[in-house]
Design a protein around this ligand. Structure first.
Ligand code: ZN
Length: 374
C-alpha cells in the first residue's frame, strides 16, 4: 500500500513502576472524581488496587470491580450507572482487556445517550467525545490501552460486538510491566497469544501499511523471543517488559487495521464453547498463515525473520509456541466435535472482518482451515 493514514492520539507512558507516578501524569486533566474499573478478584488479591488507592489519595475514588472476562451488556450498564451516581469525571481502568474495554465503553457512552444495544448493533452512531479515560493494563495481550475498540458480549444472543470510534482511544495508557509479574502462567500464555493474533492479523490485513507492519513485526519478534520464557520464569522482569512492549506494539498495529479472520472465528469459540479469548484467536493462526502465505508475498521474508523460522516452517513454529506454553493447539482438545463445525462457521463468518483478510476467503475455505486444526 503506497497511500495510507495512521492515527493514535493516546499518550503512552511506559516503564517499570510508572504507576507510582500516576498522580503527576493525571494532574493536568484537572479531574477530582475518579471511577476505577477493575476485574472481580485478581487486582485486589495482588495488592495492586491498594497501591493505586495510595498513589491517588488526594482523589475521590469510586470503584466498580465487577468486570468479568468477556464483559456483558449488563456489566457495562451497571458500570455506566455507577459512574453517573458517583458523578465521576475521569474513568480509570486497571486490569486486562475486559476491564479496559468496559471502562472505555463507559467513558464514551456517558457522553452519548441511548440504549447500549443501539450502539453495539450500529443502529445509532457515536457523535460526542467521551469522558477522559485512562487505561492501565495488568496483562500483556489485549492492546486495548491504545485501540479505539471495546468488545462487549450480548449474552442472550451469544454475540461479541465491537464498539469502535476514533473518539474511543484512551487519553492515556500507563504501561507498567511490574504489574504483570503477578499474572499466572496460564494467563500469561493466553494473553500473549492474543497479542500474537493482533500482530499477525494486522500484518495480513488488507488495511496494513508501513507503520502497522513495522509495529507488527517487532511485536512478533518479541513474542517469539520472550513469551515462552515469561511463562517459565514468571518473575523475570525483562521477559515481562518485552511482553508488555509486544502487546503495546501489536495494539498500535491493529488499532489502525482492525482484526480479521482469527478474531471473527474466535467469537463463537468463546461464546458457545467457553474458550478464553486469546486461545480462541490463536487456534486458527497457523492454518490461516498457510492459507494466506502466497498472498502475503514478499512480506513473508521479514515475517519469517521475525518468527525466527524458514518460509516453510513459520506455521509449524506458531503451533509449537502454543504447545510449548501449555495451551491446546487443536479444536478436538477443547471438546469441540465435527458436528459443531457448521455453528462455528456460520457464527464466525463475520463479513466485515473476513473482507479485511489479504486473500479472499469463503465458508468452504474456512471449513478447510478449521479441518486442518481439528
Ligand atoms: Zn484479541
Amino acid at each position: 500500500m503506497t497511500d495510507w493514514r495512521y492515527y493514535c492520539p493516546t499518550k503512552i507512558i511506559f516503564g517499570d513502576n510508572s504507576l507510582g507516578n500516576i498522580s503527576d501524569y493525571i494532574k493536568d486533566l484537572d479531574q477530582k472524581k475518579i471511577l476505577l474499573v477493575t476485574g472481580q478478584k485478581s487486582m485486589k488479591k495482588s495488592g495492586i488496587t491498594d497501591k493505586l488507592f495510595d498513589y491517588l489519595k488526594n482523589y475521590d475514588i469510586s470503584v466498580y470491580d465487577q468486570v468479568e472476562p468477556n464483559p456483558s451488556i449488563e456489566t457495562l450498564s451497571k458500570c455506566i450507572e455507577q459512574a453517573k451516581q458517583s458523578k465521576s469525571s475521569l474513568i480509570v481502568s486497571l486490569g486486562g482487556g475486559s476491564a479496559i474495554d468496559t471502562g472505555k465503553a463507559t467513558a464514551i457512552l456517558l457522553k452519548n445517550d441511548g440504549a447500549i444495544e443501539d450502539y453495539l448493533y450500529k443502529r445509532k452512531k457515536i457523535e460526542n467525545k467521551g469522558m477522559d479515560f485512562i487505561a492501565i493494563p495488568t496483562t500483556a495481550g489485549s492492546g486495548s490501552e491504545v485501540t479505539p475498540y471495546a468488545v462487549i458480549t450480548d449474552k442472550k444472543n451469544k454475540k461479541k460486538l465491537t464498539l469502535s470510534h476514533e473518539f474511543m482511544y484512551p487519553r492515556m495508557a500507563i504501561i507498567d510491566p511490574v504489574l504483570t509479574l503477578s499474572l499466572s502462567k496460564r494467563n500469561t500464555a493466553i494473553t500473549g497469544i492474543d497479542a500474537l493474533s493482533h500482530a499477525l492479523e494486522a500484518y495480513w490485513s488488507k488495511n496494513s501499511q508501513e507503520i502497522s507492519d513495522n509495529f507488527a513485526l517487532k511485536s512478533i519478534n518479541l513474542i517469539f523471543s520472550s513469551l515462552e520464557k515469561a511463562c517459565n520464569e514468571p518473575g523475570n522482569l525483562e521477559y515481562r517488559r518485552n511482553m508488555s512492549l509486544a502487546s503495546l506494539l501489536a495494539g498500535m498495529a491493529f488499532s489502525n487495521t482492525g482484526t480479521n479472520v482469527c478474531h471473527a472465528v474466535s467469537y463463537p469459540l468463546t461464546t458457545y464453547f467457553d474458550v478464553p479469548h486469546g486461545l480462541a484467536c490463536g487456534l486458527t493462526l497457523s492454518s490461516l498463515l498457510e492459507y494466506n502465505k502466497k498472498d502475503i508475498g514478499e512480506k513473508m521474508t521479514p515475517l519469517a525473520d521475525s518468527i525466527g523460522a524458514s518460509y516453510n516452517k513459520c506455521s509449524k513454529k506458531i503451533e509449537e509456541l502454543i504447545k510449548n506454553i501449555g495451551l491446546p493447539a487443536r479444536l478436538s482438545e477443547l471438546g469441540i466435535t465435527k458436528g459443531d463445525m457448521p455453528l462455528i462457521i456460520d457464527e464466525g463468518f463475520i463479513i466485515e472482518k473476513f473482507e479485511k483478510n489479504i486473500k479472499s476467503i469463503d465458508k468452504q475455505n474456512l471449513e478447510k482451515i478449521l479441518h486442518n486444526i481439528f
